[in-house]
Design a protein around this ligand. Structure first.
Ligand SMILES: *Cc1c(COP(=O)(O)O)cnc(C)c1O
Length: 467
């Protein structure tokens, strides 16, 4: 006991450590640095109580406080290198913006702008006006509005048009999107009643017809973005469904999930239905995401009949779900790129990544493999290997894209070694995200735009493995 007291009396005071920490104070401020020092002193005292022999020097306490302060700053949103093989990875932020869109968002963030201001008249303007004409041009719609994401778009459309009423939806389309978007639950949140029609694998027009009553608000289709029904299946296409809706004086709406504005097949990609086709087929409203195949910022777009969009825009929920100027500025720049579909493969990062030829990725893998191998500890080997990338975000769920990866293997075939290596890659100054598959850590290079930046990370790998 007395021994412990002796040791404790040697502990420096907060003030003494503070005096030696002026550099830290100028960086983090007096209050945070004193708190960090106090916390460190507390943990040293606890160490003494536990009969350990902690370092009591001012220097040691100062350094520990500095480490704690740096660590608490580090946990922000930070850029990573996506070698996961999933192009539109929801957990990695989905689509990356093209430079002009990012620049426009930055300008909108830094300076006052005409978000809701008409420069011509000097009067109040409408924030949707910055993108509405472009959306209409690209989808063939009469009107459009933008909200926080596609989930919000569906919620807002249903809550405006179907609250307190019934909405028939095919049992084959009661989609769950990763996370928390589930069609039945979104419908419940928007205050409408889901009327399930048909069977899981087969829904016929007569099923919808039988479900229509005086309580029906609209007919709705949901794109089965992230799964596919195969075999003995039947569904009603949007054109037929829209005709049935109109026969009964009802609107027909479709949740497209991913917003595809161009013909994907012309880029050599699996075909995905185009937004404009739905409008041309008589659908009254479509909703889709801005940051999936569209390749823009996170947002949800609602486009279609003017009278319906007007009702949606006067719903107080629209105000709660609206987007800010940064999003609108970025979206507008991305949509402008779609006016030049011939150069879209070069100008839109998402499309560039989706269409990168496997042969080009293979050459990159061969270029980088040796350098990766050189920085690995001796317990690992690296080779190049063909692999399959995924599009991600529920877009085109079944199709994969042939790609190439650097495959790292543990010589002892220990999965735990691979997991440690994957964790070390995530601790690099610019974290690198790979995936473990079949006893190998795969670094799929499809989305590696900045080779130099990646190579600059490698010298930090051994240090990261020691943490
Ligand atoms: C992705 C998706 C959503 C959700 O879109 P978010 O933009 O993530 O909110 C809703 N419906 C379908 C069919 C989807 O594919």
């Amino acid at each position: 006991m007395t021994g412990d007291q002796d040791i404790r009396s040697k502990l420096p005071s907060v003030d003494r450590v503070l005096q030696a920490s002026q550099e830290l104070v100028s960086r983090w401020g007096h209050q945070r640095v004193s708190e960090a020092i106090r916390a460190q002193l507390r943990s040293v005292r606890a160490g003494i109580n536990a009969q350990q022999a902690p370092d009591l020097s001012v220097q040691a306490i100062r350094s520990a406080a500095e480490r704690a302060l740096s660590a608490s700053d580090a946990h922000g949103l930070q850029p990573v290198i996506n070698l996961s093989g999933v192009v539109l990875h929801t957990n990695l932020g989905r689509a990356c913006l093209p430079a002009p869109a990012a620049e426009a968002a930055l300008q909108a963030a830094r300076y006052p702008n005409n978000l809701e201001y008409d420069l011509e008249t000097g009067k109040r303007g409408d924030r949707d006006s910055h993108v509405e004409a472009l959306i209409c041009e690209l989808t063939g719609s009469e009107a459009a509005t933008v909200v926080n994401n596609n989930a919000a778009a569906v919620l807002l459309a249903l809550s405006t048009l179907a609250k307190g009423k019934e909405v028939p939806v095919s049992r084959g389309e009661l989609v769950e999107i990763g996370g928390s978007f589930r069609v039945p639950e979104v419908m419940a949140s928007s205050g409408c009643t889901l009327v399930e029609v048909g069977a899981t694998n087969r829904t016929h027009l007569k099923d919808y017809r039988a479900a229509i009553s005086a309580q029906t608000a609209l007919l709705m289709k949901v794109h089965t973005s992230n799964y596919r029904l195969e075999g003995f299946t039947q569904s009603v296409d949007e054109k037929t469904l829209a005709e049935l809706a109109h026969e009964h004086g009802l609107p027909c709406i479709v949740d497209l999930g991913s917003g595809c504005l161009v013909d994907f097949a012309t880029y050599g990609l699996p075909a995905e239905p185009k937004a404009s086709e739905y409008i041309a087929h008589g659908v009254d409203l479509i909703t889709f995401s801005g940051d999936k195949l569209l390749g823009g910022p996170q947002c949800g777009i609602i486009a279609g009949k003017k009278a319906l969009i007007e009702r949606i825009c006067t719903n107080p929920l629209k105000r709660a779900l609206r987007v800010d100027g940064m999003i609108l500025a970025a979206l507008s720049e991305v949509l402008k790129l779609y006016r030049h579909p011939d150069s879209l493969k070069q100008t839109l990062p998402t499309l560039r990544q989706l269409t990168r030829p496997a042969i080009e990725i293979e050459a990159q893998a061969q270029r980088l493999c040796e350098e990766v191998a050189r920085h690995l500890p001796p317990a690992f080997t690296a080779t190049t290997t063909p692999c399959q990338s995924q599009i991600g975000s529920g877009a085109l769920p079944v199709e994969t894209l042939p790609s190439f990866a650097i495959a790292v293997e543990s010589i002892e075939h220990h999965d735990s070694d691979l997991r440690q290596l994957a964790a070390a890659l995530r601790r690099l100054p610019r974290p690198v995200i790979g995936r473990i598959h079949d006893g190998r850590l795969l670094l799929d290079l499809r989305c590696l735009d900045d080779e130099t930046l990646f190579l600059q990370q490698l010298p930090h790998l051994r240090e990261a493995l020691q943490c």
